[in-house]
Design a protein around this ligand. Structure first.
Ligand code: 0PR
Length: 392
């Protein structure tokens, strides 16, 4: 540590130099991330309220009320009534909260199990590890859709929870949430939907007349939903969201902290101190964009998704892993050539995409920062690479 502090200008100069190797959303090279540049007004407001701590809501009563208001509003967007919930550090924490609830609600099960699709995000493996839950992974069909029969075969007397995904990490697919609901009817099994990515795109896609199967609280058996502001919500990193239908579950399973200013309140959080600024910023995003503002952003992402889809269909040597449902495009090789070589070459040219080796695909996420010109340059480079590797 320095003995004497430096001048601001000098610090900022050093910092600029040190952060030079970071990629930026604006450059277009970040094509595989589910995060994006937050809305400008959210950044401004976040900076103003950066010291708000919702870990001690008794000190920040206004912020705590605002969080409740926001949860109710999002609950309605997800077609629920009087939904409760809370904002988290991201989808991983929200999924961990859901898995913990599933286990807590079934103290009668000595060796609890949760059934998830094979395509479930790694956060479920982490949660299972931390909570001592056995994760049972249901197979996918060749077209990457969930094998519902296999899912059903994994449900047994030890099952305390099941998970469906609305917007899978690899391909953006929506699991058959209604069908999963039917499998657990009358069985006292907690049903969580991971819409970490899909949550802030699916309500708008539906309005734009894209085919969107029921995935939210309109499905009676859905107990909780993860949906993250820091993905398609254009929120500040880190901000995730956990939404829950039955408020009595908070009383039954919440943690208590008896010594804080706000008195004894129950909460689900794994963390203690947590940002109020990110929550305030998301409240501002909803007020600033409104439903129609989101519609416009989503429409633009989907137009660009269509453009990329068309280009991939034209390029020899690669093909779509599946027809995109949302703004995620999976690209695989036509003749089962290993995708890793292509990914490596793309990275050399500064295209930062996602790679899913088990599915032999690369993933492009068409976030709001991705522009058509980026996709033009990307596909031009992809064509050159395929020629060089003699794949086309
Ligand atoms: N559920 C789903 C369906 C997800 O896709 C993710 C994250 C999570 C939960 C966990 O969310 P947090 O990362 O907020 O805890 N999926 C992204 C992914 O694996 C995470 C990510 C985001 C990775 C931005 C890279 C990146 O640049 O792609």
């Amino acid at each position: 540590m320095l003995k004497e502090g430096l001048e601001k200008q000098e610090i900022l100069k050093i910092l600029d130099e040190k952060l030079k190797s970071d990629y930026s959303y604006k450059s277009g090279s970040i094509l595989g991330s589910m995060c994006t540049e937050p809305l400008a007004i959210a950044v401004e407001v976040y900076m103003k309220y950066v010291a708000k701590n919702l870990g001690d809501p008794g000190l920040f009563l206004g912020t705590a009320d605002l969080e409740k208001e926001l949860v109710t509003e999002i609950g309605e967007l997800f077609r629920g009534k009087k939904i409760i919930g809370t904002f988290t550090t991201g989808g991983s924490e929200a999924n961990l909260i859901a898995m913990r609830i599933a286990k807590k609600l079934r103290p009668d099960i000595a060796y609890p199990e949760v059934v998830v699709p094979y395509s479930a995000h790694l956060s479920f493996d982490k949660a299972a590890d931390l909570l001592g839950i056995k994760l049972r992974k249901a197979k996918l069909h060749d077209n990457f859709e969930l094998d519902l029969d296999h899912f059903n075969s994994l449900i047994n007397n030890n099952t305390c929870g099941v998970v469906g995904i609305a917007g899978t990490t690899s391909l953006g697919l929506i699991d058959p949430i209604e069908d999963i609901g039917k499998l657990i009817e009358g069985k006292n099994i907690f049903f969580h939907v991971d819409a970490a990515f899909g949550g802030f795109i699916l309500p708008f896609l539906k309005e734009l007349n894209y085919p969107v199967p029921a995935w939210d609280f309109s499905v009676n058996s859905v107990d909780s939903i993860t949906a993250d502001p820091h993905k398609m919500g254009l929120g500040i990193i880190p901000s995730g969201g956990f939404f829950l239908r039955d408020p009595s579950i908070l009383q039954k399973t919440g943690f208590e902290i008896p010594y804080l200013a706000g008195g004894n309140f129950k909460h689900f959080h794994i963390v203690g101190t947590r940002s109020g600024g990110t929550v305030i910023a998301f409240w501002v995003i909803l007020k600033s964009l409104g439903f129609n503002g989101f519609l416009e952003i989503v429409k633009n992402c989907m137009d660009n998704t269509r453009y990329l889809t068309q280009r991939i269909n034209e390029i020899k040597g690669v093909k779509l892993a599946t027809n995109p449902t949302i703004n995620i495009v999976g690209i695989t090789t036509e003749n089962k050539e290993n995708i890793c070589k292509i990914d490596e070459e793309l990275r050399k040219r500064n295209w930062m995409i996602g790679k899913f080796e088990d599915f032999n695909l690369i993933r492009v996420v068409i976030m709001p920062h991705v522009q058509k010109t980026h996709l033009q340059n990307f596909t031009d480079d992809l064509e050159k690479i395929l020629k060089k590797l003699k794949i086309s």
